[in-house]
Design a protein around this ligand. Sequence first.
Ligand SMILES: Nc1ncnc2c1ncn2[C@@H]1O[C@H](COP(=O)(O)OP(=O)(O)OP(=O)(O)O)[C@@H](O)[C@H]1O
Ligand SMILES: [Mg+2]
Length: 326
Amino acid sequence: MEPKMLVTDAAEVMGTTVQALHNQIKRKNLPHQKSKNRVYFAYETARQLFEIKFNPQVFSFQIVKGGTGKTSLCLGLGIRATLYGARTLLIDLDQQGNLTKACRVKSHDKPIMIELINQDIPVEEGIVSVYEGLDILPSRIENALLDSNLMLKRLPLDRIYKDMIDSLKNQYDLILIDCPPALGSSVTAASLASDRVISPVTPSEFSLEGLEITSREVANIEKSFKKAVPVCPLLNEFDPRTSLSHDTMRFLVTHPKHSQHLIRTAIRRSQEFENVLTKGMSIFDSLANSSAKEDVDLLTRELLKIGEFAKKSAPIDTDRLKAISA
Ligand SMILES: Nc1ncnc2c1ncn2[C@@H]1O[C@H](COP(=O)(O)OP(=O)(O)OP(=O)(O)O)[C@@H](O)[C@H]1O
Ligand SMILES: [Mg+2]
């Protein structure tokens, strides 16, 4: 995986000129590369160029419906965040290990979450580097026993992941947890360790049903543990040509509960998400433009409050969606 940030894109976000950025890169002697007259850089240069002061945040991707884009968007957001200089940790809690596989890391000899808990191993021992700036706590099939283990051992769900994650907050700017499409003790503990729950929904009735169940479950958790955990729906696989996409968007925008924390960036359907996965690459490895790159970039800037998003707080970018649909 070799994610890249183009100097032209960086200049736009920073509200400066390409020439001014070139000068800064030269003056600070920052590593960069060129391809067909296009200059790009990776995490280390991003960190020194953007100099963004991040507030450490923890987001978990969860919804009880399978295949809505939790893993794809968790990975996309994590990678794009590193290209703005955020030290990022991915935590794979799904026994399917899709996030782990997508990162192509060697993890068979590393302890996974269930082993960290049962054998009281420090979390650092399970963490693997994907590339400079991005780390992962991988997952394997054995994590399928997490729920029953947490239950049987009566471990405190409000502390078990939270204490572990809090101990890492001085090492990372962003921690993203990829959950399985389920409800249970492990997902509850993930909610309680998170500043936000991000719930990707696709334009489908089952997906909205999943959102309803997940948000009801989180509301129960909030009540039982007296902790606020906002559930933020994220519209994924938006296709401007289908009325179902527009209906789903309208439903989310007008819904009294779901509209409250709705993420204003919608992610369009794009084959790119699937294409890169099979090649062990990321959507940001290529220098070519794609809607996947554009949308995940906007999502990252919205969630991390980078550039213009630092000032705005509109509920959903309907203007942009109208423009996409035109
Ligand atoms: N915006 C998109 N456009 C097109 N395909 C997408 C998009 N987002 C995700 N996909 C594809 O949908 C499939 C499911 O995505 P993903 O694995 O991220 O979902 P998930 O919610 O993590 O699934 P699970 O619940 O099984 O963990 C993948 O093949 C992925 O490439
Ligand atoms: Mg997944």
